[in-house]
Design a binder for this molecule. Structure first.
Ligand code: NAD
Ligand code: FES
Length: 293
């Protein structure tokens, strides 16, 4: 039986873990913005996780996860040398900039806004920018100093790295939105913002950037459940269209995303009764369906 071996396991911050996993086929073709689905064993739950780094030569994928429930708790009990039964990917669409021509990207100023665990999927995007000769500034926001991770890694690929803590224990005193306001107040100007973190953070980043007219991309990974288009958990309103984060995203134009509806729906989806309600209400449009599974 194929096993995807855990080569490294590290506690990055309280309840935030990093694992390096041997997955050469995924590492060969993945791009920034994409995700994988892991299963601990045959009967395990499918867990979608954004890719935090990849090494094509070594055939290794880095994942970062937060211990939030039974499955992620079980993942914390896995050890180096052990492995996953399933490690499927790369899934989802790559970040838009990967397909854009060099002459467009060279003139653009990117601001990446990483909130908490969202720092992990931001890293491969900024690394890609650096490897291709483009410049990107990064804000990492965390509740407190001890929850910050990837500071050195991100610092090595970002043009400017700004750290903000909600309690002021390190770096700028305030959340990422206050940090953005501070930068804009100092005259910093950007062409595109990429915000990845909790839904509430992405909502407030978008409220600010709508006012300043700064195009903003967000990652709707937090609302995914099975990652295949089949469960209906990640259904969301983007402008006047219904999209599914796992099939059509995970990245979308943040100014078009209805965050209030996504957060409300995500809460309803958590209970069996809520899932039955959404299924009944949404009928055939409840599920996405990627056509590949
Ligand atoms: P957190 O609650 O500690 O917040 C991280 C930072 O986001 C804060 O320090 C602050 O700067 C900013 N923030 C949070 N709420 C804000 C608000 N109301 N206004 C302005 N800024 C705000 O985050 P965490 O516990 O590390 O993150 C967990 C969440 O991140 C989970 O919901 C998880 O699903 C999500 N996540 C998202 C992605 C993604 O692709 N979008 C990837 C990984 C994790
Ligand atoms: Fe289940 Fe997208 S996560 S449909």
């Amino acid at each position: 039986m194929r096993m995807y071996k855990i080569l490294k396991k590290e506690l990055l911050a309280e309840k935030i873990w990093l694992m390096e996993v041997e997955a050469p086929r995924v590492a060969l073709s993945c791009e920034p913005g994409q995700f994988v689905i892991v299963k601990i064993d045959e009967k395990g739950e499918r867990i979608p996780l954004t890719i935090a780094d990849y090494d094509r030569e070594k055939g290794v994928i880095t994942i970062v996860f937060q211990e939030v429930g039974a499955s992620t708790f079980r993942m914390t009990q896995m050890e180096e040398g052990g492995g996953f039964d399933t490690f499927v990917g790369p899934l989802g669409k790559a970040s838009d900039f990967v397909k854009e021509p060099a002459e467009t990207l060279i003139d653009r100023r990117y601001l990446f806004v990483a909130g908490g665990v969202g720092t992990a999927p931001v890293y491969p995007q900024v690394k890609w920018m650096k490897e291709h000769g483009y410049k990107a500034d990064v804000i990492i926001g965390a509740r407190t100093k001890d929850l910050i991770f990837f500071e050195d890694k991100m610092g090595s690929v970002a043009d400017h790295l700004y750290i903000a803590t909600d309690d002021g224990s390190y770096g700028f005193n305030g959340n990422v939105v206050a940090m953005m306001q501070h930068l804009f107040g100092q005259g910093e100007a950007y062409d595109i913002c990429v915000a990845i973190g909790p839904l509430i953070m992405m909502k407030f980043v978008c409220e600010l950037t709508k006012k300043t007219g700064l195009q903003t991309i967000v990652s709707m990974n937090p609302i995914m459940v099975d990652g295949t288009g089949m469960c209906g958990a990640c259904r969301l309103q983007v402008g006047d269209e219904i999209k599914f984060a796992c099939v059509d995203g995970p990245e979308f134009d943040g100014h078009l995303v209805d965050f209030d509806q996504a957060m409300k729906r995500s809460r309803i989806y958590k209970t069996e009764e809520g899932r039955a309600y959404l299924k009944a209400k949404e009928g055939a449009a409840h599920k996405g369906g990627c056509g590949e599974c």
